[in-house]
Design a protein around this ligand. Structure first.
Ligand code: NAD
Length: 385
């Protein structure tokens, strides 16, 4: 292919958190260029945000409706190939649907949508159009997470029996939404976040990571869901017993009131012969434990012969040079770009690039939210996904 893949963006304007991370990630491998966007709910701030990024004035739109209308009428050699949706949860569905209906692929933030019905409609549209749809469950992008998944898949630990995954943060320990803090305001508002707070925001990441590494599906949940901060309308803490489709059992907790915690997503998985332990805040290291020999410490790095092919395909630097969040995000974008290039050239994509969370993973996240909230509200407790 003789050009970069062209990206438009919805959201991510001045004052936004994750949009800038997406722009950096999309840039890292030089396969993607940002060509347009509707960056803010306020049209004037959208225009200013586009100026900040030195985009041509005629490609900075006041609304995403205008963006899809104009982009879809542009010559094929100019219009976007895909859109990156980095808005709050209640503004995922409509731009994603418009993108698919206008022939554009999508990279969408998690949770996939405001509710499960919207997610199922997006899944149907993706199946109907054959377009590419990625959901940015970032943590599956880390090389060591790929290594963990491949070791489990290869049977290194035997049949998986137990999964323990936790995602504690502390930044919502006080009612900062009442001060107008932008990111807290919509995350704690049922009209913009959906039926879940912390469960949707970070519980879905934990659910996705557990299913991605273990290769198993969660089938049932028994939940204890709480709102600790007075006046808050959505959950800020959730504790779950989980059951998997192979009979494995697990524990998942997510919390945004774990005072002092930063972003402590951690996972431990145990099979019949051994287990693994990975900490997102130390992402280049994995501890592998065995029944019959001492534990091993795996470290990422482009010069590590013991790392598997898939982990190496998602590693950029030699050992000892930290790779982290931005590169994990970039792995999702790089893979999407490779898939779009192959499709544009009429080729089947190299299977190693098909490794990113899809609309189906997004639907599973929404089902997890529904089951978690239903179980939290039920006396009977065990709820099927
Ligand atoms: P934010 O409030 O910082 O930014 C949201 C942006 O969307 C703002 O610029 C806002 O003006 C814009 N926006 C809102 N409505 C719009 C509309 N109609 N048209 C155009 N722009 C519009 O939010 P955030 O913290 O960046 O979160 C955004 C999304 O990213 C959420 O779904 C969140 O769950 C997700 N997120 C994911 C990760 C991850 O690790 N994958 C991390 C953080 C956030």
């Amino acid at each position: 292919m003789s050009r970069k893949i062209r990206m438009g963006m919805v959201g991510g304007g001045r004052g936004a958190f994750i949009g800038a991370v997406h722009r950096i990630a999309a840039n890292i491998d030089g396969q993607i260029e940002l060509v347009c966007g509707a960056f803010h709910i306020d049209p004037e701030i959208s225009l200013l945000s586009g100026q900040d990024l030195f985009l041509p004035a005629d490609r900075v739109y006041r609304t995403y409706h205008e963006m899809f209308e104009k982009e879809s009428k542009m010559p094929a050699d100019q219009r976007i190939d895909f859109v990156s949706i980095v808005t709050p949860n209640h503004v995922h569905f409509e731009p994603a649907k418009l993108a698919l209906e206008n022939g554009f692929s999508v990279v969408c933030e998690k949770p996939l949508s405001f509710n499960l019905d919207e997610a199922l409609e997006l899944e149907r549209l993706v199946e109907k159009t054959g377009l590419t749809f990625a959901v940015t469950h970032t943590y599956t992008g880390y090389p060591m997470v790929k290594q963990a998944r491949d070791m489990v898949k290869a049977g290194a630990f035997g049949k998986i029996r137990k999964v323990v995954v936790e995602y504690p943060q502390g930044w919502l320990s006080t009612p900062i939404e009442q001060t107008g803090q932008q990111q807290a305001s919509w995350r704690t508002d049922p009209k913009r976040s959906g039926k879940a707070g912390a469960i949707g925001d970070i519980g879905t990441h934990a659910e996705n990571l557990a299913e991605y590494i273990s290769g198993l599906k969660i089938t049932e949940i028994c939940a204890d869901v709480s709102t600790f901060v007075p006046g808050r309308l959505l959950d800020d803490d959730g504790n779950f017993l989980i059951r998997f489709d192979n009979g494995a059992k697990g524990v998942l907790h997510c919390s945004q009131i774990s005072a002092g915690e930063e972003n402590a997503l951690n996972i431990r998985i145990y099979g019949e012969k051994g287990g693994l332990e990975w900490h997102q805040m130390e992402p280049n290291t994995m501890i592998v434990k065995w029944l019959d020999k001492p534990a091993e410490i795996y470290r990422t790095g482009g010069d590590r012969a013991y790392m598997g092919e898939n982990a190496m395909a998602h590693t950029r630097v030699p050992g000892g040079h930290p790779e982290g969040y931005l590169e994990a995000f970039a792995n999702i974008y790089r893979n999407v770009a490779r898939v779009l290039q192959a499709k544009a050239e009429g080729r089947d994509p190299d299977p190693k690039y098909l490794d990113f969370p899809t609309v189906h993973d997004g639907v599973r996240g929404m089902k997890f939210i529904d089951a978690a909230i239903a179980s939290g509200q039920s006396e009977q407790k065990w709820v099927k996904i």
